[in-house]
Design a binder for this molecule. Structure first.
Ligand code: F6P
Length: 502
């Protein structure tokens, strides 16, 4: 079956910004004029940087941010508001340097990290929320550890709060219980929770033995944000069915235990202009440099994928599509190469080890079938790549291939669009990634339909410059209008409205 057409949808009436590009300066000016620059306490598992690193003297920003969806989306917000970012890590790596915000690390014992992060977050919640056909594993000990770690982070929020009604911004499925635990400690706090991954249909959610605790934990929030309206709908239906909460669909609000909680979609985005816009080498230099690094002839057509090595990302399916392309369109043999950047992820978990074995086997088979002494059709680069290096690949590529089997948003798609100031390059985008709702000028792919995906790759490789430019221009206009700065403005304006109302 052909992948469904993505639906366009961006602006809701009454938002602070119905037109124009949002920048760091505009966000700061708007904050000063409307809400004041209220410090925020962010809670997430990952810190914005791997360790306390040097600060870039030119941008006054961190030299190298962690490349994760949460960091791309949330860092601009806390940068504008100031405050403290509470995240897992070694306590001695906490920073209080001249950044606009501090990073406070919470160190976890190996056993805690095992039950909280590997166990409950990534073997139970991650597979339960993604349609990627990995069975969730629910272990009572993991859930207990998850609860205890959420409580430890809530304790740190209380320590860090400078008033009895702080603004707390909780991130993702690692912290479903934290909103309620923060509220128990700071009853007047405004807790905004953002769920970065898909929220499942209630029938998928009800398999979780502790689902009620998770929902009650989340309902400790004042606002719960999701990537898409479908995620909001799934959450509202789940809470209605499992807890009997009262739903006010007109106001996107739920009432439970006498408290009202707003449920809204805020699609995450990337900085605009991108972090590297002012210092990227020219497209020509990027093309030459990457082809040299990969030992490719200068006229080789290059496709690029950038993912964590995760079963939701559809990497194996991409390799199958490339195999089909080289079978059905022999003219691309020796002339086309696909480079997959794959960051190692959650490697101790069996599902991830199995996936890696399948991905390597698919690569080896395709390379054995179609490769030669001088030609390797699929190049798999398994390592953590810096954002600067990823940017070089995105600028050097003829197309970028996002093949997620299911994903909340996928910011690589938006990074690609942001990187292509030459208005060239084609985006191949899975219809099952949240980004497909906005980037309707991408070539849509159903990652399960290998034949169709192969023909879409062929189409990307033959698309003329005019069509590339038209599509890229429209996608750049979408991403420039709905950047990470504007995402921050939407969330903060809702938080400010809440403060006024209460
Ligand atoms: O997509 C949600 C998300 O939390 C991202 O922010 C991040 O890239 C990933 O999932 C988590 O990866 P990790 O397990 O390496 O923190």
């Amino acid at each position: 079956m052909r992948a469904r057409q993505a639906e366009p949808s961006l602006v809701r009436p009454g938002e602070p910004d119905e037109y124009g590009t949002w920048t760091a300066e505009r966000l700061e000016a708007w904050l000063r004029a409307s809400t004041g620059r209220e410090p925020v306490i962010v809670v997430s598992h990952r810190a914005p940087r791997r360790s306390a690193q040097a600060i870039d003297s030119r941008t006054r920003g961190p030299v190298e941010l962690e490349s994760s969806g949460i960091v791309s989306a949330v860092e601009p917000l806390i940068r504008a508001c100031s405050g403290v970012w509470v995240a897992h890590g070694k306590e001695e790596d906490s920073t209080s340097d001249d950044q606009p915000y501090r990073v406070r690390r919470v160190s976890l014992e190996d056993e805690e990290q095992h039950g909280f992060y590997y166990g409950f977050a990534n073997e139970a919640l991650w597979p339960m929320c993604h349609r990627a056909h990995v069975k969730p594993t629910f272990r009572p000990d993991d859930f207990t550890t998850y609860w205890n770690v959420n409580a430890r982070f809530a304790d740190v929020v209380r320590q860090e709060a400078s008033s009895d009604s702080p603004l707390v911004f909780v991130q993702d499925y690692h912290f479903a219980l934290a909103p309620q635990l923060v509220r128990e400690r700071l009853p007047h706090s405004r807790v905004i929770t953002f769920w970065h991954i898909p929220f499942p249909h209630w029938q998928e959610f009800e398999v979780c033995p502790w689902g009620q605790y998770l929902l009650e934990g989340l309902l400790g929030s004042s606002i719960i944000g999701f990537q898409t309206p479908l995620d909001c709908r799934n959450f509202i239906e789940t809470v209605e069915r499992c807890l009997g909460a009262h739903v006010d669909r007109y106001h996107d609000a739920l009432t439970y235990g006498g408290r009202q909680v707003l449920v809204r979609a805020y699609p995450t985005s990337v900085r605009w202009p991108g972090w590297w816009a002012s210092c990227s080498p020219t497209i020509e230099i990027c093309r030459e440099s990457i082809r040299r690094q990969l030992c490719l002839p200068v006229d080789t057509q290059l496709g690029v994928g950038v993912d964590r090595l995760d079963h939701t990302k559809g990497i194996e399916e991409k390799f199958l599509a490339i195999e089909r392309l080289l079978e059905c369109y022999p003219e691309y043999r020796e002339r086309f190469v696909f480079a997959q950047l794959a960051a190692p992820s959650r490697e101790t978990l069996p599902a991830y080890r199995d996936l890696r074995a399948r991905v390597l086997a698919a690569r080896d088979r395709v390379n054995a079938r179609f490769g030669s002494a001088n030609y390797t059709p699929i190049i798999l680069l398994e390592e953590h790549h810096t954002q600067a290096h990823v940017n070089l690949f995105l600028r050097a590529a003829d197309f970028c291939y996002v093949g997620s089997l299911h994903e909340g948003m996928n910011l690589v798609a938006k990074e690609f669009v942001s990187a292509r100031d030459d208005e060239r390059g084609v985006l191949l985008l899975s219809a099952f990634a949240g980004a497909a709702r906005e980037l309707t000028d991408a070539l849509s792919i159903n990652p399960y339909d290998i034949d169709d995906a192969a023909s879409v790759i062929a189409r990307a490789l033959t698309m003329n410059d005019e069509e590339q430019a038209e599509r890229m221009r429209r996608m750049r206009s979408v991403v420039s209008e709905y950047s990470a700065w504007r995402w921050a403005a939407h969330i903060l304006s809702d938080a400010a409205r809440l403060r006024r109302e209460r």
